[in-house]
Design a protein around this ligand. Structure first.
Ligand code: SF4
Length: 442
């Protein structure tokens, strides 16, 4: 299949590029040029016509990913479908189906049938799960089975895959030489691949046969998201030598994959203290030639369990502000349990807030919505205000539950309302969007 990057390099603007341009309010030529450079990737799937087309990368709104999936402890297909639907209702842009328990083919297909979001996954989960089931030993994984599985999963309609190509023997050597870690290993796929390489003494087949991985992705024009298998699971491990070794390799592979005509994205951490987030993004952008960067949070604190969606939102606002392009949500259940439906809702909402904060800083010319909301609040136009809010249902419910005596104020200050008094004093021109001339009454 001709991929979006190949079309773009041939100066062809595809229907997918036009769709991204419309949704972002940018020109189709801008999208084409950035796709040609590999700075924008487009999650699409011609075999899945009901799917939304989503652009990720330079100059675009920062996107939110929600991850769902059953585990070996909690496996409820209906709940996973409902979680996928909630993620979409709440405004996630992409979905990752990360089941590691139950009938994995069935769950993936049912989720794909019940959402119009682009769906991605991590093929190593099923590869190691099925190998363990068959041989009682994940180290028996046959690389040929892994490649067949990737092909089978892509044929079901996935638009992107997180594949751990950047872990090789050199990366593992860095891990050994630095004396392991405070936070251990955090990536499931990455850790099982490290264990496989340790047990077999062989090179990671996803690295050794990288061109084969790209060939499979190109067949479906799927985005190859280079997994962050050695990401830090604690802020004290952030940017250690092992993580950096994988990052350098992933950035090299991003360039190689682009040259082969494959849509490429790089994945980032993980756990990163706030003061290191900007550097992390700058390193990825510089070393990969501005490949779209997909960041997992990051979490800038290790002691926030129960509120990790807020911890991650602070990291996400910073990473979006410094150039991250797609951010995976974190839910309140992070590090504690499989997320339920409420967790998914809270996770998406927190991350949407974070990327809006990041985008307001990243794109100072895209703040009109904030200005309109501020003026509606100043003028106490409560109905108008709802239209500009990210979550009008919550705002409305809180206001209705504690309704004021005077309908133009709220019960926070009641008749001590600063907004109302300010308007009386300055006779603001509430009809215009210009700041009214200040004309005191006396
Ligand atoms: S009552 Fe207080 S919080 Fe409510 S609108 Fe007036 S100034 Fe704002």
């Amino acid at each position: 299949m001709t991929t979006q990057i190949e079309y773009a390099r041939a100066n062809t603007i595809t229907a997918q590029m036009e769709a991204v341009a419309r949704s972002e309010g940018l020109s189709a030529e801008y999208i084409r040029a950035k796709v040609a450079l590999g700075e924008i990737v487009i999650a699409n799937n011609p075999a899945r016509p009901h799917q939304k087309v989503v652009g990720i990368g330079t100059g675009l709104r920062t996107k939110v990913n929600a991850s769902i999936g059953a585990s070996s402890d909690i496996c409820d297909l209906a709940a996973e479908i409902r979680k996928a639907q909630i993620a979409e209702e709440e405004g996630a842009d992409t979905l990752m189906e990360l089941s590691a328990g139950g009938d994995l083919d069935r769950i993936r297909r049912e989720v794909l049938a019940n959402t119009s979001l682009p769906v991605g996954n991590v093929p190593l989960y099923q590869a190691f799960k099925e190998t363990s089931r068959k041989y009682k030993n994940p180290a028996k994984l046959d690389p040929e089975f892994l490649f067949e599985l990737i092909e089978r999963q892509l044929a079901d309609g996935l638009s992107f895959m997180a594949i751990h190509c950047g872990i090789n023997q050199y990366t593992i050597e860095r891990l050994r030489k630095q004396g392991f870690r405070y936070g251990g290993l955090a990536s499931k796929g990455g850790t099982f691949m490290v264990a496989w390489m340790d047990a077999t003494g062989k090179e990671n087949p996803l690295y050794a046969q990288f061109d084969r991985v790209c060939g499979l992705m190109k067949k479906h024009d799927a985005i190859l998201s280079l997994g962050n298998g050695i990401r830090a699971g604690a802020i004290h491990d952030s940017h250690d030598r092992a993580q950096m070794a994988e990052m350098i390799i992933n950035c090299e592979l991003a360039e190689l994959g682009r040259e082969m005509g494959c849509q490429m994205m790089v994945e980032g951490p993980g756990h990163v203290p706030l003061d290191e987030i900007a550097a992390n993004i700058q390193l990825e952008k510089r070393m990969s030639g501005n490949a779209p960067y997909y960041v997992l949070g990051p979490l800038p604190l290790d002691t926030g369990a129960g509120y990790d969606h807020i911890v991650a939102a602070i990291g996400a606002a910073n990473s979006a502000r410094h150039g991250a392009d797609l951010i995976c949500y974190i839910t309140p259940a992070e590090h504690l349990a499989l997320p339920n439906e409420d967790d998914v809702r809270e996770g998406v909402r927190a991350t949407r807030l974070a990327v809006r904060i990041g985008d307001v800083a990243k794109y100072p010319d895209r703040r009109e919505g904030e200005k309109q909301a501020a003026m509606a609040r100043r003028d106490m136009r409560w109905d108008d205000l709802q239209r500009h809010l990210l979550f009008p249902d919550t705002a409305q419910a809180i206001r209705a539950a504690r309704a004021p005596e005077a309908s133009d104020t709220c019960t926070m200050c009641g008749d001590f309302c600063a907004m109302k008094k300010g308007m009386e004093v300055f006779h603001a021109d509430i009809a215009g969007d210009k700041i009214a001339p200040i004309t005191p009454t006396s």
